[in-house]
Design a protein around this ligand. Structure first.
Ligand SMILES: [Zn+2]
Length: 420
């Protein structure tokens, strides 16, 4: 084989079969394909992935943070590594491809390297990250945060709406919270991380592209706003004498839409609004809203935050309603490594695949890992841009193309990266 010839995955049917098998490990009491972290289905799924890693020839284990980790030893002395992987947990009522494609493809990459007797110099680490999707404790990417040291004891102390502690839920599925907090990897030895994932949006399909090269992953600024007005009779209180917290909240919801609509990459969403008292004949005394802004542009996010703060003050002041805006833990935009983007572009070219560059509006483990390790992300198209729903679909041929780009990117990075 010449270095000019790209390799293709050894057994595309096996990759598809692994995805089909994962889709059978679900919570059958919930519609769609549901394998949420902290449930029995997720525990069974991750043990199946560990067994599959071992069958593929990886030295596999589940670490203290619930991550399934498999290692294919490299040939060079020293211990530098390249890492790939994604997640197999799903949202409630989710699909069969989000995350699963990256894990199943990584397994097929390993089987292909072995079938072709390609020995990498670097160790190849394959990870199925624990609990990537946001859970009911308001935290996402638990496994990748644990590996990179971005999780704290306070995070594990969070409680859900029933007062259950996150740490106690972890114990219930045999994850020791103190082991989770000490599951940090020596990231200095990992020279590259590459994640293959479905796009979860319509861009690649619209462009007629086979492959997406991710330039950056969106930043997220989340907030909570509390409005406090005065309860009054809905029939006898003239409009100009009201302190209606509900109207101040409604004006702020529209401000979110207006601020985000003014920028092509801006996103603004109100996810939750509550009015108190919740009664048709009383002017609303207090209201609360939770929302977020997203953009790959940190400056826009900051400007949107400033503009929203003014809007909230204005909506409150014009009704003599107190308004309190609190910013919640947020994510900075994560840039992908420019050199690696060029490597994935070259490999997609060599495979004759049409490619587009785009930023990711969804959060991924890659955004957490990129804070410590140079990272690349490869997307494959999502039918009609649908995701986080049972209709989520990516064609086998697109998944196989993505796996081929992942395979050749890893081989090229192994050859070209400085080995130290
Ligand atoms: Zn995902």
């Amino acid at each position: 084989m010449s270095v000019l010839d790209p390799l293709t995955i050894a057994d595309p049917g096996q990759l598809t079969a692994d995805l089909v098998h994962l889709s059978t490990i679900v919570d059958s009491t919930v519609p769609g394909w549901t394998r949420q972290a902290l449930t029995e289905a997720d525990v069974v799924g991750r043990h199946w992935v560990r067994a599959r890693m071992a069958e593929a020839g990886l030295d596999a284990h589940i670490d203290g943070a619930g991550n399934v980790i498999g290692v294919l030893r490299g040939t060079a002395p020293g211990n530098s590594a390249i890492m790939t992987g994604s997640h197999t947990d799903t949202v409630e009522g989710g699909g069969r491809y989000d995350g699963n494609v990256g894990v199943a493809s990584a397994l097929e990459v390993v089987r292909t390297l072995r079938a072709n007797e390609v020995r990498l110099r670097h160790d190849l680490i394959v990870v199925d990250f624990f609990s990537e999707e946001p859970n009911r404790f308001g935290i996402s990417c638990i496994g990748s945060r644990a590996l990179t040291g971005f999780i704290t004891a306070e995070d594990l102390d969070r409680v859900d709406s029933d007062g259950v502690r996150f740490a106690d839920e972890l114990v219930r599925i045999d994850i020791d919270p103190s082991a989770l907090l000490s599951s940090r990897m020596d990231t200095s030895r990992i020279k590259a991380f590459v994640e293959l994932h479905i796009e979860q949006g319509p861009y690649l399909e619209e462009q007629g592209s086979d492959i997406g090269l991710v330039t950056s992953i969106t930043g997220i600024k989340r907030f909570r706003v509390a409005f406090r007005g005065r309860p009054d009779h809905a029939g006898t209180t003239p409009m100009n004498r009201r302190h209606d917290a509900g109207c101040a909240a409604a004006g702020s919801v529209l401000a979110i839409e207006q601020i985000a609509s003014a920028n092509v990459d801006g996103r603004g969403t109100t996810g939750l609004v509550t009015f108190t008292p919740d009664a048709v004949n009383i002017v609303t005394e207090s209201a609360e809203l939770w929302g977020e802004f997203r953009s790959p542009d940190l400056r826009w996010l900051d400007d949107a935050g400033t503009e929203f703060h003014s809007a909230v003050q204005r909506e409150g002041a014009s009704r003599s309603v107190e308004a309190q805006l609190d910013w919640l833990p947020s994510e900075q935009p994560a840039g992908m490594d420019d050199r690696f983007i060029e490597v994935t572009a070259r490999e997609a070219d060599r495979l004759g695949l049409k490619q587009s560059r785009l930023y990711s509006g969804a959060e991924h483990d890659a955004a957490i890992i990129a804070k410590k390790i140079p990272t690349a992300m490869i997307f494959v198209p999502s039918k009609d841009g649908r995701s986080h729903c049972p209709d989520e679909f990516t064609a086998d041929k697109d998944i196989h193309s993505g796996a081929n780009v992942l395979l050749n990117t890893i081989i090229t990075l192994d050859r070209e990266l400085d080995f130290a």
